[in-house]
Design a binder for this molecule. Sequence first.
Ligand code: GDP
Length: 203
Amino acid sequence: MQLWRMTTSILWPNTQFKLSVADATLFPDSALPQMAVAGHSNVGKSSLLNTLFGRKGLVKTSKNPGCTRLLNVFEVDAQLMVVDLPGYGYARAPKVEKKRWAQLIEGYLQSPKAAQLVLLLLDFRHGPKDSDLQMIEWLNEADIHWIAVATKADKLAGNAKRKRIQEMTHALGIPPLLTSSLKNQGMDELRNIIINEIFNDDD
Ligand code: GDP
């Protein structure tokens, strides 16, 4: 922890996949702080996690949207657990699949083992969708702190970019952090935010 705070450019050299669970009740006991990452399918979640943790193949980029049905757990430098929540809002998914997804996520968020911080990923090209607003409602109900992370920020520039920032800030109530996995944009900032949020100086 101390080492993390001392560095300006943070590196997480040892991020490992731990396990996948199909049900929040099967979630392992751990003394480590926990962060979860949520977002629409195809939002760029796998790309962002691989860039954030500096490991290309850590999280498989989705070839088959809507087909991740598990909570995937990673451990960062033996200091932080990261839970990759299944992508939501895949339009063509059958109803029963959507219901199962909602139960899995809601069950996790309401569980005492849920994360203390959630990164909510939003595609900068589209802004928040209904399913994102539903997620925010669940997070607020569960009293879980979340931050808005806009992905694929390289896709908009100039006026379109300014307009989208305004729209997102209005819809979410907080400004999004702009990131791009493609251009490695916003990653150091995001690492710093995570460290400050998870390991603040109050302890
Ligand atoms: P996931 O389904 O949320 O895990 O999304 P992926 O990481 O698999 O990305 C979905 C698609 O968006 C892929 O075609 C990626 O190449 C693309 N993508 C992801 N991140 C970025 C980014 O920062 N910029 C751009 N332009 N495309 C991205």
